[in-house]
Write a protein that binds this ligand. Structure first.
Ligand code: ZN
Ligand code: ZN
Ligand code: ZN
Length: 459
C-alpha cells in the first residue's frame, strides 16, 4: 500500500508552504481565534508567533482550542469530564461517588500507580477504608448531597448521541460537535456495526499506549472533513458553481488534512527519546518494536474505519507522523479538579461550620486519600500554541487561571511584550544550567540559540 500511494503520502507529510501557513492562520484570525497575534513562517525553523499588539505582564495572550485531544485512559477512572471540551461534569457528589465506586471494584488507577510508584503501589489504595456500599451508591444516584456543593455546581452529563456509554458531555452542543468532528466514526455503540472491531482497537491502545486513540481521532477528523467538503462540492457542482478548488478527491483530502498538516511532524519511532531503561546498544530493536506496535494498532484501526477514498491516511508513515506530532508539540491537556476546590473550601470554613461539614465529608476525603485532587489529564494538539517557539528566557507561559475550567490551552504574558516581538515559551524547566537545557531540548530535535544560550554557550 505504501508504494501505490507514495506520492500522495509524501504530499500529506510535506511541511506546509509559507503561503499555506499564511492562509490557514489568517483564517483562524478572521474567526477571532488569535486576536493580537500573527503566525508566520519565520524562514529559520518554521512557524513563529508574533505579537501584533502590546501585552502587559500577566495578560492573557491566547486561549487556544485544541484541534484533537483525549483524556488519558488511566485518568478516566479519576475524573468524569466532557469528551469534547474536558470540563468536569455531573456533580461533586457524582464525581466522588464514581471514583469510590471504581475504587471498590479494585480497578482504580492501577496502571498509573504501577508506573509512578513501583514500590508502594496500589496496596495503599486497596487498604484504605471505603465508606459502606450504600453510601457510595447514594452519592452516585443523587440521594445523598454533601454540604456546600451548591457552590460547585457542574453541568449535567449529556449522553453520546450515538448511544455508547463511553463518552459523556457537558452540553448538547459539545455532544453534537464531538459527533460531527470525530466521534461518529469512533462510537462503540452497539448500533454501529463496526463497534466490535473498534473495541479491539481501543483495547489494544489501552493496553499499550493511549496515544493511538488521539491519532485515531486525528484520522477521523480528517475523514469527516473530507466527506463534508465532498458533499458541499457536489452541491456547488449541481448549481454550476464549482469553486476554485479542483475536483479530484485527493485535493479534497489535502484540504481536509490542512489543519493537521500545520503541526511539525516526524515519525514516532524515529523521534521518540530512548527510555532510561533501554540500553543504547538496543536502540535499533527498540525503534523497530515501536514501529511494529504502531503497525499493529493501525491494522486494527483500518479494520474499523478504513475508507478507500482516504487510503493514504491509513499508511504507517502518516499514522506514525501523526503520533510523532503529538510527541513533539508537547503541551499536556490539564483541567484542574473542582473536587480539589471543594475540599479546600470546606477546609477554609470557620471553626463551627467546618466541624459540621467535616462530620459528613471526612469519610469521603479519607477514602479518596491524597489523590482527591487529581486533575483531568491527557494529550492534545493546539493549533496556535504549537507554533510558539522555545526560549530559555521566554516572555510567555502556559498557565490555567481559576476561571479556565476546560481543555483550552491558556497562554499568559510572563513579561511585557511589545508589538512585533516573537512570543516564546519554555518547553523545559529552564532553571537549570546550559548543558542540561540543551540535553533536554535535544528530545525536541534542536539546539537552542536563545539570547540566554548564546551568552551561556562555552564556545
Ligand atoms: Zn463540553
Ligand atoms: Zn458514542
Ligand atoms: Zn536557550
Amino acid at each position: 500500500m505504501e508504494d501505490e500511494y507514495s506520492d500522495q503520502i509524501a504530499a500529506l507529510l510535506a511541511p506546509p508552504s509559507s503561503q499555506s501557513i499564511q492562509e490557514y492562520y489568517n483564517s483562524l484570525k478572521e474567526a477571532g481565534k488569535c486576536d493580537g497575534l500573527n503566525v508566520r513562517d519565520n524562514g529559520k525553523h518554521g512557524k513563529a508567533v508574533f505579537a501584533s499588539r502590546e501585552f502587559k505582564e500577566g495578560e492573557l495572550i491566547l486561549k487556544d482550542q485544541m484541534l484533537v485531544g483525549a483524556q488519558h485512559s488511566s485518568n478516566k477512572v479519576d475524573c468524569l469530564v466532557c469528551s469534547y471540551c474536558f470540563r468536569f461534569i455531573g456533580s461533586v457528589e457524582a464525581q466522588i461517588g464514581r471514583r469510590l465506586y471504581l475504587q471498590s471494584l479494585g480497578i482504580y488507577g492501577e496502571k498509573e500507580c504501577e508506573k509512578e510508584h513501583p514500590i508502594h503501589s496500589t496496596n495503599d489504595k486497596m487498604e484504605r477504608d471505603l465508606p459502606p456500599k450504600e453510601m457510595i451508591e447514594s452519592l452516585l444516584n443523587g440521594d445523598l448531597s454533601l454540604p456546600f456543593t451548591n457552590r460547585f455546581e457542574l453541568p449535567e452529563a449529556v449522553p453520546c448521541p450515538g448511544g455508547c456509554e463511553e463518552e459523556q458531555y457537558c452540553s448538547q452542543s459539545c455532544a453534537d460537535a464531538d459527533w460531527e468532528t470525530y466521534h461518529s466514526l469512533l462510537c462503540t455503540s452497539s448500533s454501529n456495526k463496526q463497534s466490535s472491531v473498534l473495541l479491539k482497537f481501543i483495547e489494544h491502545a489501552n493496553e499499550t499506549n493511549d496515544i493511538f486513540i488521539v491519532a485515531a481521532k486525528a484520522i477521523a477528523f480528517t475523514m469527516l472533513r473530507y466527506r463534508k467538503l465532498k458533499k458541499s462540492q457536489a452541491k456547488d457542482k449541481g448549481k454550476g458553481l464549482l469553486g476554485k478548488m479542483d475536483n479530484t478527491s485527493f485535493s479534497l483530502l489535502l484540504e481536509a488534512w490542512k489543519p493537521i498538516s500545520m503541526g511539525f511532524k516526524r515519525r514516532w519511532w524515529e523521534c521518540i527519546s530512548l527510555p532510561d531503561d533501554v540500553d543504547p546498544t538496543e536502540e535499533v530493536e527498540f525503534r523497530t518494536e515501536i514501529r511494529d506496535l504502531a503497525s499493529t494498532s493501525l491494522e486494527l484501526l483500518k479494520d474499523a474505519i478504513f475508507d478507500a477514498e482516504c487510503a493514504p491516511l491509513f499508511s504507517l508513515d502518516v499514522y506514525g507522523s501523526i503520533i510523532g506530532m503529538f510527541e513533539l508539540n508537547n503541551l499536556d491537556l490539564v483541567v484542574a479538579s473542582p473536587i480539589e476546590d471543594y475540599f479546600i473550601y470546606i477546609d477554609e470554613l470557620a471553626d463551627k461550620e467546618k466541624e459540621e461539614a467535616l462530620t459528613i465529608t471526612r469519610t469521603f476525603l479519607d477514602a479518596l486519600g491524597d489523590d482527591y485532587s487529581v486533575s483531568c489529564q491527557g494529550t492534545a494538539f493546539f493549533p496556535i500554541q504549537s507554533c510558539m517557539n522555545h526560549s530559555c528566557c521566554p516572555n510567555a507561559k502556559a498557565f490555567k487561571r481559576d476561571e479556565d475550567i476546560d481543555g483550552h490551552a491558556i497562554i499568559l504574558a510572563s513579561h511585557p511584550i511589545s508589538i512585533g516581538e516573537e512570543v516564546t515559551l519554555s518547553y523545559i524547566d529552564e532553571d537549570v544550567p546550559y548543558d542540561k537545557r540543551q540535553a533536554m531540548l535535544a528530545d525536541y530535535g534542536f539546539t537552542c540559540t536563545c539570547p540566554r544560550c548564546l551568552e551561556d554557550c562555552p564556545n
